[in-house]
Write a protein that binds this ligand. Structure first.
Ligand code: ADP
Length: 174
């Protein structure tokens, strides 16, 4: 079906979904690489009301928009609910996910298979991480930030500055 879409519609629109709380160099690496293989990439920022992220969804979208401003075929949007419903809404044929290690694989496989049952027309592709970012996650970035460590290898300065400020404000309010 994916190939059919490529031939008939000739335009491939993909979604790269995630929490991006906040975006890291690992995410940006996947975004850059994916944007070269599809016509349009929508970065889908999940607004999951049952989780308490460090940054609001509006903030996460803004940080991503700033970080991808040099990539003309990349668009950032927030979404709620099922990913396959969002894919249908924006007419995307493909979901892109990043794989860091074997530990990511089991969950990612389960999600991809579930999405395939829910929406057989939408395929999932995986990009394996660049080795230099294999260890990196938003959670690790926030943990190191909490203890005042050097964040320069994890994300652009505007983002790490915002994390430091947010953690400081949260600590002040306690
Ligand atoms: P989620 O909460 O859905 O896991 P994340 O924002 O943590 O969302 O990650 C979004 C996607 O980016 C996932 O596919 C994840 O595996 C991938 N990813 C996260 N960090 C990296 C990295 N360092 N290298 C490659 N892919 C990554």
């Amino acid at each position: 079906m994916f190939l059919y879409n490529c031939v008939v519609n000739s335009m491939v629109r993909a979604i790269y979904p995630g929490s991006f709380d906040p975006v890291t160099y690992g995410h940006l690496d996947v975004i850059k690489r994916a944007s070269k293989i599809v016509d349009e990439l929508i970065v889908g920022v999940l607004n999951n009301k049952s989780k308490t992220p460090l940054f609001s969804v509006e903030n996460r979208v803004k940080m991503l928009n700033d970080a991808v401003s040099d990539l003309p075929n990349v668009k950032v949007m927030s979404f709620e609910g099922l990913l396959v419903d969002f894919a249908k809404k924006v007419d995307a044929q493909l979901i892109v996910r990043g794989l860091r290690a074997v530990t990511d694989f089991e969950y990612e496989l389960q999600m991809a298979q579930t999405n395939r049952v829910l929406a057989p027309d939408v395929d999932t592709v995986f990009l394996t991480t660049s080795l230099e970012y294999a260890y990196l996650s938003s959670t690790i970035l926030k943990e190191v930030a909490h203890f005042g460590g050097d964040l320069s290898k994890f994300a652009p300065a505007e983002i790490t500055d915002a994390v430091i400020e947010k953690i400081r404000l949260t600590a002040d309010n306690k």
